[in-house]
Design a protein around this ligand. Sequence first.
Ligand code: QUE
Length: 356
Amino acid sequence: MSDDVLCSVNQNGVATIVLNRPKALNSLTYDMVRVIGEKLTEWKTDHNVSVVIIKGAGPKGLCAGGDIKALYQARSSKRAMQAAERFFEKEYEADMAVYRFPKPIIACLDGIVMGGGVGLTYGASHRIVTERTKWAMPEMNIGFFPDVGAAYFFNKAPGHIGRYLALTASVIHAADVLYMNGADIYMESDALEQLIKKVEHTNWNLVKVGEKLDQMIGEFRTEPSQKSELSSHQKTIDHHFRFNTLEEILQSLDREESDFGLNIKKLLLSKSPFSLKIALKQLAGGKQKTLEECFATDLLLAKNFLRHSDFYEGVRSVLIDRDQSPDYEYKRVSDVSDEAVYKFFKPSESANFNLS
Ligand code: QUE
């Protein structure tokens, strides 16, 4: 049994999940997401568990995403491909178990919270951000797509902020995470540490857990020192991202004169045109979908990206060779046909699409 995730239950009814791969920014392996899913299933009905804490080991943060370097190996063999597919299945199961968990989950969004880290925390009942929080769905940087339920939760953000965050892969801080509905509570990182100690040392067995927890959080919570930047750009973002085609979004940005708008255009043009179009369709489609349907689409898309060169080229350019100059299959947005995009939302013949 590996130590990459530490799960424990104390005498007071507090269960803790510690993501414990600090040298790899706690990025998620197959074993980690499998164990997290299993533990949450077990704790759901365990009367010795009243509250769950999710946190990351080490100084850098909660979680940088999936163990992308392991997924990169999928290009080399059928065996590795199957392992990669199983990773996504278990990861999304763990994410969904967090949403469906019937007791409070305190998620510590302290430091880096990206990709898979977002997936594990969005569905938690008590999501706490700090002055150290760096939050992003960074998949557009690696020729992939925003998975882990993004089509569901980005549609819960105000206006078209979700599309903006997904397509630009922007990193945001505490006030913006609260604004886009990725967190509920702000407190200083030091206060969060004290809160967690206090929660661990409180006996939850004979109290009204929800009430007592809210009261305890009230002792530590404050307000971020800076205003949400996203809120001040809401109108601009909504204006440009209201379109359902990438061509229209880019055309709209051509008429923009602010530095903010010009920078968005530059960011979009640095991504894989194919990934951008898939993500836009995925998010537009997510509006009508349930949580389960969003995760089912994510699994289908993840399996198809495992069979697409842009994903490996993106990972290579960012994490393997680090040259930051990906050579994507399609060079321009106009090179990606509607048909190619449409087809990508259908199961690939070589994939095993069982969702159990
Ligand atoms: C986009 C991503 C990821 C990323 C960088 C991106 C991602 C991920 C990591 C990562 C970072 C440090 C590590 C590690 C993985 O980087 O998902 O193992 O040590 O996990 O631009 O989606």
